[in-house]
Design a protein around this ligand. Structure first.
Ligand SMILES: *[C@@H]1O[C@H](CO)[C@@H](O)[C@H](O)[C@H]1NC(C)=O
Ligand SMILES: *[C@@H]1O[C@H](CO)[C@@H](O)[C@H](O)[C@H]1NC(C)=O
Ligand SMILES: *[C@@H]1O[C@H](CO)[C@@H](O)[C@H](O)[C@H]1NC(C)=O
Ligand SMILES: *[C@@H]1O[C@H](CO)[C@@H](O)[C@H](O)[C@H]1NC(C)=O
Ligand SMILES: *[C@@H]1O[C@H](CO)[C@@H](O)[C@H](O)[C@H]1NC(C)=O
Ligand SMILES: *[C@@H]1O[C@H](CO)[C@@H](O)[C@H](O)[C@H]1NC(C)=O
Ligand SMILES: *[C@@H]1O[C@H](CO)[C@@H](O)[C@H](O)[C@H]1NC(C)=O
Length: 740
């Protein structure tokens, strides 16, 4: 080999190495570039390709790396990039943010009556038919009786969407006026179908909670029997399937759905998907919702199911409405009887009636398979740990473990399961066989009984619905404080999200497990995923009467009319429930609203430290100069309908001034007086304390001056500011908390 050959060889080797590196290290990123350019000299798709070519330096690789071009409602692209390309792009003019695409998780009848919103509530049917709600979810099962389009005419003329990429989906009608699916990176997973059809059930459930038609006699095997309906049964649905069975919801798809929904002409968007709690412009839901807000569209989001941990709330951008999950007054009890006659109570949604008079009972701890090499504990009935011979035909008692105890017991031939619960039992779950969660003290009785006899036996009965005092926020519902903006209270409010009965898909079993063989038209599900559509429907209800109200006016109306909730049940108080529980009938009559327009959000973001250049890009202006815009006055610098004050430590006295402006949307000539409710140690003065209005849409400003002693013993203070005239009550919580 000559020297020159060796050099060429080394050169080729190096090329190969570089190329090999390419393949391995390229990852999907979203490059967000703000608003659509006002003047487009080249089509956006072409400028996206040019941008990538410029950064990657090789046209062929650039072409292969491009995944999606977002160009209907905002300017962004998705591409597979190397770390140094990400760095180059982030520093380029015109780029707001570059962030890795992540995979996100998905986070009735009685619920609307419980909210004091009966079927007989006054409705504006004509207006309702003009409201289009966009859902980003798992698709829809259109054959459900909830989605018939009886009495609905053709879609409103503003609708620009369609049902085009539908595979063999034939579900569109005058209720489901749009249905599309998004899978911009990969082919749809094997466990799903390339169509807007819902194989999971989640999207069907949320869609019917919003706009399901009335269906009498809906139940889950007779449980929760009643009339199923959405909050706005005449509204239209636009379905954007972004979440897939087995693979979850990908950022690139979520952003593509927002891009379409905004341009398609939806009036509201409901997103029951986990978002982020950090920088707003590294989060597809916050970005999408921001551009939606600019087009007059309010986005309702689930706050997450990571409670009761502090600071776990997500989807916290000030332009979205963030919803916690509350429990209604209906709960489910499952009666258990032991062989010695002792009656116990568990919690589950057990649809199975016992087939025998009594069953043998065994503890998982005594039913282990000694030769199993599976990871886990037989005492917790973990996967493959049980001995099928010992378990066959028996009810098995399991400690709380990695979950799936019911499936494992069934797979081992068991007949039932009693599962000890470590967490607070406020939510009833479905299992693949007769089963119930039991508290630790009940579990103690069970284990003592098992030890006390040679032949322990038990029986688990079908569940029954019972009353309980409510509302309260479920243990699983994510809590504040809000990590992204410490001056804004999140969640905004709570809505029913525990054991909600709504429409379901026939393509999944009740539990979603293959060990289950029950297929139903209605199913019970729990989560902030279920509470979010209750608020979206409430927003749609307001919109049906007030089509011209801004997203912030609708949001303010919903927040300031909530039903108060009690800190006795939820010690985290406002961090659990925000302003309280949604009250749809009252939300129609807020009296006063706190409005926030686009410029106000920009000024708020200036104050939060976002740069001039970044803000200029997201609003598509030539220039934004934060110092010329003047920092908005007051502690938080935003006309938010609630108040939050973070105090650095136990040494600092509490002191802040808030500036607010309210718009009269109630009675033309009226006078509001302020009522302040504040705890000892906190002084709140509102000036002026009276607001006199002469006409509708008149605006009046006031200041809120908060003073108090340092929060030494207390972690937080909860107070309230309420404006009242003879017909309206406009209530805002005020939270002071110590950052520890
Ligand atoms: C449907 O809408 C999409 C954009 O959402 C558009 O690309 C497509 O051309 C439309 N199809 C029809 C048949 O109008
Ligand atoms: C059509 O739908 C059925 C079930 O609804 C599904 O099994 C099949 O894969 C679908 N075919 C295509 C081409 O999408
Ligand atoms: C549900 O209730 C209605 C009326 O209360 C009754 O007619 C119907 O049989 C019930 N259905 C089930 C499945 O229990
Ligand atoms: C015990 O575990 C082994 C290894 O996983 C398995 O092959 C065997 O079938 C199990 N035996 C019983 C009785 O469950
Ligand atoms: C039964 O009693 C024994 C001895 O008192 C104890 O070690 C064991 O943990 C008990 N088992 C259960 C299931 O309580
Ligand atoms: C539950 O309470 C409501 C009102 O408080 C009442 O109408 C209903 O009949 C009760 N249901 C049961 C099962 O007790
Ligand atoms: C923004 O406005 C301030 C005050 O008018 C001015 O001093 C500053 O130079 C401006 N900044 C830019 C980048 O134009």
């Amino acid at each position: 080999m000559k020297i020159s050959d060796i050099i060429v060889f080394l050169f080729l080797l190096q090329l190969q190495l570089i190329h090999g590196l390419d393949e391995n290290e390229r990852q999907t990123y979203i490059v967000y570039m703000g608003d659509l350019p006002k003047i487009q000299s080249t089509p956006l798709m072409e400028s996206h390709s040019n941008l990538l070519s410029q950064v990657i330096g090789n046209e062929k690789i650039a072409r292969e790396s491009m995944i999606h071009s977002y160009r209907r409602s905002f300017n962004a692209l998705a591409a597979r990039l190397l770390p140094e390309e990400v760095k180059k792009l982030s520093e380029m003019k015109g780029v707001v943010s570059v962030f890795p695409s992540q995979v996100r998780n998905l986070h009735t009848t009685r619920s609307w009556n419980f909210l004091g919103f009966p079927t007989t509530a006054r409705r504006n049917i004509e207006g309702e038919r003009d409201v289009i709600v966009g859902l980003l979810d798992t698709g829809i099962w259109p054959s459900s009786p909830s989605f018939n389009d009886k009495g609905l005419g053709p879609p409103p003329s503003k609708w620009k969407g369609n049902c085009s990429n539908v595979g063999n989906f034939t579900g569109c009608n005058n209720k489901i006026i749009g249905a599309r699916y998004y899978r911009v990176e990969d082919s749809p997973p094997f466990s799903d179908i390339p169509s807007p059809i819902d194989v999971v059930g989640h999207g069907t459930h949320t869609a019917s909670t919003i706009a399901g038609d009335l269906f009498h006699g809906a139940s889950l095997y007779g449980l929760a029997n009643g009339t199923a309906r959405g909050g706005v049964p005449s509204a239209r649905l636009a379905i954007y399937k972004v979440c897939w069975s087995g693979t979850g919801c990908t950022d690139t798809d979520i952003l593509a759905a927002f891009d379409d929904a905004i341009s398609d002409g939806v009036d509201l968007i409901s997103v029951s998907i986990g978002g982020s709690s950090q920088n707003y412009f590294n989060d597809p839901i916050a970005i999408g919702a921001f551009h939606a807000m600019r087009k007059g569209i309010l986005t309702s989001c689930s706050g997450g199911n990571d409670g009761p941990n502090e600071g776990s709330v997500v989807n916290v951008a000030p332009w979205v409405i963030t919803v916690a999950a509350s429990a209604t007054d209906r709960s489910f009890r499952t009666m258990i009887r032991l062989g010695n006659g002792r009656k116990l109570t568990g919690m589950s949604i057990n649809t199975y009636s016992p087939k025998k008079k009594i069953y043998p009972l065994i503890s998982g701890a005594d039913a282990g398979n000694a030769s199993s090499i599976a990871y886990g504990y037989a005492s917790a009935c973990d996967y493959l740990t049980l001995d099928t011979n010992k378990v066959h035909g028996k009810i098995v008692y399991c400690l709380d473990g990695m979950g799936g105890q019911d499936e494992n017991v069934k797979a081992s031939g068991g007949s039932g399961a009693l599962i000890q619960s470590y967490t607070e039992m406020d939510t009833a779950f479905s299992f693949v066989l007769p089963a119930a969660h039991i508290t630790m003290s009940t579990a103690d009785i069970v284990t003592k009984y098992i030890n006390s006899t040679k032949k322990p036996r038990a029986i688990i009965y079908k569940s029954v619905a019972v009353n309980r005092s409510a509302p309260f926020v479920a243990d699983f519902s994510s809590r504040g404080p809000n990590d992204a903006s410490v001056k804004i209270l999140k969640p905004d409010l709570a809505a029913p999200g525990v054991d909600i009965l709504a429409a379901y898909t026939r393509l999944s079993t009740v539990t979603g497990s293959t060990e289950d063989d029950r297929y139903t038209d209605f199913n019970m599900m729990s989560g902030t995923s279920m509470s979010c559509p209750h608020v979206a429907a409430t927003a749609a209800y307001i919109k049906s009467f007030r089509p011209d109200w801004s997203p912030s006016a609708i949001k303010s109306a919903i927040i300031t009319t909530t039903k108060q909730m009690s800190p006795l049940r939820n010690q985290e108080a406002e961090f659990a429930y925000g302003a309280g529980q949604v009250n749809p009938a009252k939300a129609m009559h807020p009296g006063l609203v706190y409005e926030i327009d686009e410029l106000s959000y920009i000024r708020f973001l200036c104050k939060e430290g976002y740069s001039d250049d970044l803000l200029a890009m997201i609003v598509g202006d030539v220039k934004v100069n934060c110092s010329q815009l003047r920092p908005p006055p007051g502690y938080d610098g935003i006309n938010y309908p609630t108040f939050q004050l973070q105090v650095a430590s136990g040494q600092h006295p509490v002191s802040a001034v808030y500036h607010r402006t309210v718009t009269n949307v109630g009675t033309a000539k009226t006078t509001y007086k302020v009522f302040v409710n504040s705890p000892k140690g906190l002084s709140i003065r509102v000036a002026p304390s009276t607001l006199k209005f002469e006409h509708l849409n008149q605006k009046k400003s006031f200041k809120v001056i908060v003073k108090g002693t340092p929060l030494r013993l207390m972690r937080m203070f909860s107070a309230e500011i309420t404006w009242r005239d003879s017909a309206h009550s406009v209530r805002s919580p005020l939270v002071v908390f110590r950052s520890d």
